[in-house]
Design a protein around this ligand. Structure first.
Ligand code: ATP
Ligand code: MG
Length: 295
């Protein structure tokens, strides 16, 4: 939809090298208002690395990332502030905080009190707490987690942890949401529900860029899909264009591009870093990135 409108996200010539390995090679990608764009490719193609370049976790070796016509500084909190939120392939929740608290932490970029105040619950935080709680509860309603608001994040089933990551990302009030394998580890019913959730997010005026291995999910949702192979974007277009492209067929050699069973990743590909139903997330934000959960 809305082709022809100003690009929201404009990535130009993004390249990321790790020593001798070029993980992302001169990738251009545009996302416009109202669009749902897919990013697919075999394992190790560079999809997550590209997300990390877009969100300031990595400083690209070359290239620029612009959001609403402004070049983004490669700093996660500034990218979040500018209006881009994301979820992670490896779920990053505050496992020992409640579901509601996780969403409240996600709001820190939109509250003047900031993350520290949210964590120590100082006076400034308490003043705006009622408003924040109301907005956070509304997001939990929206994602279907309201009845779990007081549960510890670690006790949620795996599919609900993924939804909570989305709720937390939405708490930063983004204009663009990046989802890295949002259905990994979900059963087919959860995957269909996740599709509905993505459409509902788009209907709220938020554009979406989504990485997935589940082709049915991708082709049901996306206005356009880009294919990364060995760091390079080899094709971008609608379902027909992508499915009929010889280079895509070769890249997925031996694997049917569309999986017979929804929600099942292609053979040999991990569903996620944790099995479905796993009870634990990262115990605490132990690395720098985990303190930027919505980055
Ligand atoms: N921090 C890093 N240092 C060195 N190499 C890295 C780093 N991050 C990623 N890579 C390498 O970059 C390549 C692309 O990895 P990436 O995780 O982006 O792939 P992907 O497309 O997300 O794969 P998957 O579908 O399995 O999640 C891989 O060869 C990976 O080993
Ligand atoms: Mg990945």
């Amino acid at each position: 939809m809305s082709t022809g409108s100003t690009p929201l996200l404009d990535a130009r010539g993004v390249t990321m090298r790790f020593g001798g390995l070029t993980a992302v090679n001169n990738v251009d990608l545009t996302v416009r208002e109202g669009e749902i764009i897919g990013l697919i490719g075999p394992n190790g193609a560079g999809k997550t690395t590209f997300f990390n370049c877009l969100t300031g976790l990595y400083v690209p070796t070359e290239g620029t990332v612009s959001y609403r016509d402004r070049v983004l500084p490669p700093k996660p909190h500034l990218v979040t502030q500018a209006g881009i939120a994301r979820t992670f392939q490896n779920i990053r929740l505050f496992a020992n905080m409640t579901v509601l608290e996780n969403v409240l932490v996600g709001r820190h970029t939109r509250t003047k009190e900031g993350l520290l105040a949210a964590l120590i619950r100082g006076p400034g935080y308490r003043r705006s707490e009622a408003d924040n709680r109301e907005r956070a509860m509304a997001l939990l309603e929206f994602t279907g987690l309201a009845d779990k608001a007081d549960h510890l994040a670690r006790n949620l089933p795996y599919g609900e942890q993924r939804k909570l990551e989305i709720a937390r990302a939405l708490a930063s009030e983004p204009g663009l949401l990046l989802l890295d394998e949002p259905t990994a580890g979900m059963n087919p019913q959860e995957t269909r529900a996740a599709e509905e959730l993505v459409f509902a997010i788009r209907d709220r005026g938020i554009a979406i860029l989504v990485i997935e291995h589940d082709m049915r999910f991708i082709f049901n949702l996306c206005d356009r899909t880009a294919v990364l192979v060995q760091g390079q974007k080899i094709v971008e277009g609608d379902r027909e264009t992508v499915q009929n492209d010889e280079r895509v067929i070769t890249a997925y050699l031996g694997e049917p591009l569309e999986q017979p069973t929804a929600g099942q990743p292609p053979a040999g590909q991990p569903t996620a870093e944790q099995p479905a139903g796993a009870q634990a997330t990262d115990a605490q934000p132990t690395d720098a990135q985990s303190t930027e959960p919505s980055a």
